[in-house]
Design a protein around this ligand. Structure first.
Ligand SMILES: CC(C)(COP(=O)(O)OP(=O)(O)OC[C@H]1O[C@@H](n2cnc3c(N)ncnc32)[C@H](O)[C@@H]1OP(=O)(O)O)[C@@H](O)C(=O)NCCC(=O)NCCS
Length: 160
């Protein structure tokens, strides 16, 4: 049984933040430095979604959604490597997207490295559409693909 908890990043406990920073460093292709995490704590626009089973963290998604803005920005999503390809990422992202919709988002944006083939396949599975290529986004000639998902039509929500 998967439980998904949502909170503002600013309300995360120190121990929960430490665990997420550890995960980010270990499993995310472009981890944030600790001061980037700590700076984000001061901003009420960041929302963190944590999936767990029996108290064990299995997945994390981080969104930015400025109040009054119709855009939600998916900044990070990652699932525990042994839990991958079991639809956990799908469940977590659908939950988070629904929450963004309830907060007034009509569109979700994200960027992903052109070399992150598993994430690209995952976003396509989630019915995101590539709208742009940002050249050298990650430096050293590595481009980012910009994906968008409209939340205006139920048919595009990725629910199957
Ligand atoms: C991207 C990520 C979150 C996907 O999580 P997940 O729990 O494995 O996702 P799901 O099991 O819900 O996958 C759903 C679908 O996405 C696609 N997909 C997911 N991982 C894939 C992979 N490695 N290769 C090809 N397709 C993949 C498939 O269509 C899959 O459906 P299927 O299992 O029926 O084939 C996970 O791989 C991850 O944490 N990666 C490292 C962090 C990262 O790169 N995050 C994104 C950065 S922008």
């Amino acid at each position: 049984m998967i439980e998904i908890l949502e909170s503002r990043l600013s309300q995360l406990s120190e121990s929960a933040l430490e665990l997420i920073m550890f995960w980010d460093k270990r499993h995310f292709p472009t981890p944030w430095k600790e001061n980037a995490w700590r700076d984000s704590l001061r901003n009420d626009s960041y929302w963190i979604f944590r999936a767990s089973s029996h108290g064990n963290l299995l997945g994390v998604a981080l969104f930015k959604k400025i109040e009054g803005d119709e855009v939600g920005h998916l900044l990070k999503i990652l699932t525990d490597p042994p839990a991958r390809k079991k639809r956990l990422g799908t469940e977590l992202l659908n939950f988070a997207i629904e929450s963004m919709r309830q907060k007034g988002a009509s569109r979700i944006f994200l960027e992903v490295s052109e070399t992150n083939h598993s994430a690209i396949a995952f976003y396509r599975h989630m019915k995101f559409v590539q709208i742009h290529v940002s050249k050298h986004f990650y430096g050293a000639g590595e481009d980012a693909l910009i994906f968008e998902k409209s939340l205006l039509s139920e048919a595009l929500t990725g629910k199957e």
